[in-house]
Write a protein that binds this ligand. Structure first.
Ligand SMILES: Nc1ncnc2c1ncn2[C@@H]1O[C@H](COP(=O)(O)OP(=O)(O)OP(=O)(O)O)[C@@H](O)[C@H]1O
Length: 264
């Protein structure tokens, strides 16, 4: 399928990132289409997180072009960048919740930042709604992150990422540290929210089950660039040793078998 400019939510062209002597990205290109869940995979240290940081403006690339939701991300002043940031939510790898705030207060932070004129009772209501949407019990609202399980913390962080009704969601290893049942439940939640809320999702993961269960396409980083993007069958049809080893090695085969079983 051909995608018009308006259907491309993230466009990265010729991205180059260098730390000292180390070239992490060189000539990296990627397009993320509206409404898709795009998984990003690659070996440890291949530059997945640096790619995400370049897209969200936390890392200024040495060269290249990054466009998000039709806006050029490089060289923006603070106010302009803030207006674009409002349109996406981010779930960082460790959740990155404020430990001194309750779950409800964490979810309220972005709402208060962007809409300080909204009255507190309404802010409470919006936060409760996001907490419920993320599959947490309403009793979780007054709890502190340290009082929650790992899975509940992820859901709380997801509620905060959804606080401003984003169009785009960035997820950095959302199922890392969860047991397989918790991870599958979190995958289901992401898939269902993405469909219901018309989200575009950029998802970094090492979790083969997640790739099979929820990703529409997968982008593979190796050799400092995106070497392939496509559905898993499209990728496995390619003759590339890393991709073959990744998807067709023992863990890849197990993930495929378990997805096939689920679909019976
Ligand atoms: N701020 C920084 N300063 C120097 N080097 C950095 C910085 N951030 C990342 N790097 C280096 O860039 C490379 C890519 O890092 P990145 O975190 O993007 O890898 P990754 O693919 O996300 O890895 P993992 O799967 O292990 O999380 C690594 O070698 C890392 O050490």
């Amino acid at each position: 399928m051909q995608h018009g400019e308006r259907d491309i939510v993230i466009k990265v062209e010729g991205l180059r990132n260098v730390f000292g002597e180390q070239v992490v990205h060189d000539g990296l290109d990627l397009e993320v289409h509206r409404g898709e869940i795009l998984g990003v995979v690659g070996g440890s240290g291949s530059g997945k997180s640096v790619l995400m940081r370049s897209i969200i403006g936390l890392q200024t690339p040495s060269a290249g072009h990054v466009e998000v939701l039709g806006e050029d991300m490089i060289g923006r002043d603070d106010d302009e960048a803030k207006n674009i940031r409002r349109r996406w939510g981010i779930l960082f790898q460790n959740g990155a919740l404020f430990s001194t705030l309750t779950v409800a207060e964490n979810v309220q932070v972005p709402i208060r930042e962007y809409f300080p004129f909204i009255q507190p009772p309404l802010i409470d209501e919006i936060a409760s709604y996001k907490i419920a949407m993320s599959g947490l019990d309403p009793n979780a609202g007054p709890k502190y992150p340290s009082e929650l399980s790992g899975g509940m913390r992820k859901r709380a962080a997801l509620a905060r990422a959804l606080a401003l009704d984003p169009e785009l969601l960035f997820l950095d290893e959302p199922t890392a540290g969860l047991d397989p049942i918790g991870a599958a439940a979190f995958d289901d939640l992401i898939k269902s929210l993405a469909r219901k809320l018309d989200l575009t999702v950029f998802l970094i993961t090492h979790d083969l089950d997640t790739l099979h269960a929820i990703c529409d396409r997968v982008a593979v980083i190796a050799d400092k660039k995106i070497i392939a993007v496509g559905t898993i069958p499209e990728l496995t049809a390619l003759d590339h040793p890393w991709i073959e080893e990744y998807f067709s090695g023992p863990r890849g085969r197990a993930a495929l078998a378990s997805t096939a079983k689920k679909g019976d």
